[in-house]
Write a protein that binds this ligand. Structure first.
Ligand code: AMP
Ligand code: GLY
Length: 426
């Protein structure tokens, strides 16, 4: 297989690592990639918004399979675009078409999909400028806290949890009247607040069948003990200690199976990953969100626990033969700790040299690059989340301790990482 992987983060570095380990991977390209992905394939300097250049690269490099890492090109329709391009009739694309990607691209679409297919989720209503006054009235009588969600993609920032009615109405006005989250945020989903503990489950589907990958939990807040602003993710663990067989069975029966059947019933072509974000309340799973891709940094703990050949797995998804596949997982725990640029998720500087990357002990740990680039032969920082160290261990505590120890060998200016990933399981 000649493979083109789209994206430039830690998720793509973990996927590139896993893909390149397969004897079925003849040649791997990553567009645009980062300094870490260059260790496992050839980076192509292509922006993900330049669909035409991606199409040309597929033709020039005789690509058999494209794997789309992030959501944005999926929501914009990269899959449909490539599959309808002349000369790419035999191409396989891992990632749903524009319609299927609406599961992530529109919160209102996802909620109505869940309700239509009987999938447990928080009660909700949707509002736009057309029923604005009704929305304000609805908010005034709503139980607290109130969850407001911008409908479209908002780079993970479109969810606001309001502790009082005044704040909720002000936020509602900002979203609808003042387009706080742009055009796509002018439709707002108002949702009941769910109390509980979060967990993410990842599925690969071929549109008919599915396989369940190892579950994970990520740590979104920048500060110790889950304090401070939200980030893209400061660390992750897999497996999640409280996710026992009973819970995972409930998740499969009540959510995963009805979702895949729902896609089929609704005529939504889907060959790719689905990321299910759950709130577990009193032992019952409630869907919070779908993503039409793998998570980041969750992929950096899921891939290290997956024993199957990833290329074979994706070929089975492409040919709708996932019913013949059995997922095998490493029983050890994998944890990842993310190192970020000082100031992130606020303002931060880039371009600092990263040292110590070659000193990591490969027996227990692996470094995945997130925001790095090569400059004059040196690896330098180029993003907020810079890199993560994933380690295998016998427990969450064990794996996190190894990652932290290895992390001490790495250094860049104003580097910061959380010391307490997995704290509730230690
Ligand atoms: P989302 O972008 O939908 O994943 O939401 C981001 C985060 O907001 C989730 O990971 C939860 O922590 C929180 N959240 C979203 N919806 C709810 C809800 N209905 N109740 C409680 N927390 C929520
Ligand atoms: N870590 C959360 C996400 O990838 O959306």
């Amino acid at each position: 297989m000649r493979i083109l992987l789209l994206g430039s983060g830690g998720r793509e570095n973990a996927l590139a690592w896993k893909l390149s380990a397969s004897p079925r991977c003849e040649k791997l390209f990553i567009a645009p990639g980062n300094a870490g992905t260059a260790r496992f394939g050839t980076n192509l300097d292509i922006s993900l918004s330049d669909f035409d250049k991606i199409r040309k690269a597929c033709l020039a490099e005789k690509i058999d399979m494209v794997i789309v890492g992030p959501e944005e090109p999926l929501v914009k329709g990269i899959t449909d675009y490539l599959l309808s391009s002349k000369g790419l009739e035999n191409l396989h694309v891992i990632g749903p078409g524009r319609e299927g990607a609406q599961l992530e691209g529109s919160k209102a679409f996802a909620k109505s999909f869940m309700i239509r297919h009987g999938i447990p989720t928080a009660a909700y209503r949707e509002f736009t400028i057309d029923n604005y006054a009704e929305g304000v009235e609805y908010l005034q009588q709503h139980d607290l806290p109130i969850v407001l969600k911008a409908d479209g993609l908002a780079a993970g920032k479109g969810v606001v949890i309001c502790e009082n009615h005044l704040e909720a109405i002000a936020e509602f006005e900002l979203m609808i009247q003042r387009a706080k989250f742009g055009e796509a945020g002018k439709k707002v989903v108002v949702e009941q607040f769910l109390k509980g503990i979060e967990i993410s489950v990842f599925v690969l589907t071929d549109g008919k069948n599915y396989v369940i990958l190892p579950e994970a939990k990520d740590y979104k807040r920048v500060g110790e003990a889950d304090t401070g602003p939200n980030t893209g993710g400061m660390g992750a663990v897999s497996p999640v200690p409280f996710a026992d067989t009973t819970l995972l069975q409930k998740i499969e029966e009540k959510v995963i199976r009805p979702t895949v059947e729902g896609l089929r019933k609704d005529g939504l072509e889907y060959r790719g990953f689905i990321f299910f974000g759950f709130m577990i309340s009193d032992g019952e799973p409630y869907m919070i969100e779908y993503n039409c891709r793998m998570g980041d940094p969750e992929t950096e703990v899921v891939m290290p626990r997956l024993k199957n050949d990833l290329v074979e797995l994706l070929e089975s998804a492409a040919s709708q033969q996932l019913d013949k596949v059995k997922i095998e997982t490493d029983p050890r725990t994998a944890c990842t700790v993310v190192a970020v640029s000082g100031g992130y998720p606020g303002e931060y500087k880039k371009g600092y040299e990263i040292t110590g990357l070659d000193e990591i002990n490969p027996a227990d740990s692996i470094v995945f690059h997130m925001g790095t680039t090569l400059k004059e032969g040196k690896v330098v920082t180029s993003g907020g989340r810079v890199l993560c160290v994933t380690s295998w261990g016998l427990s969450v505590f064990d794996a996190v301790e190894i990652s932290k120890e290895e992390m001490q060998k790495i250094s860049f200016r104003d580097m910061y990482y959380r010391q307490d990933i997995g704290f509730e399981f230690s």
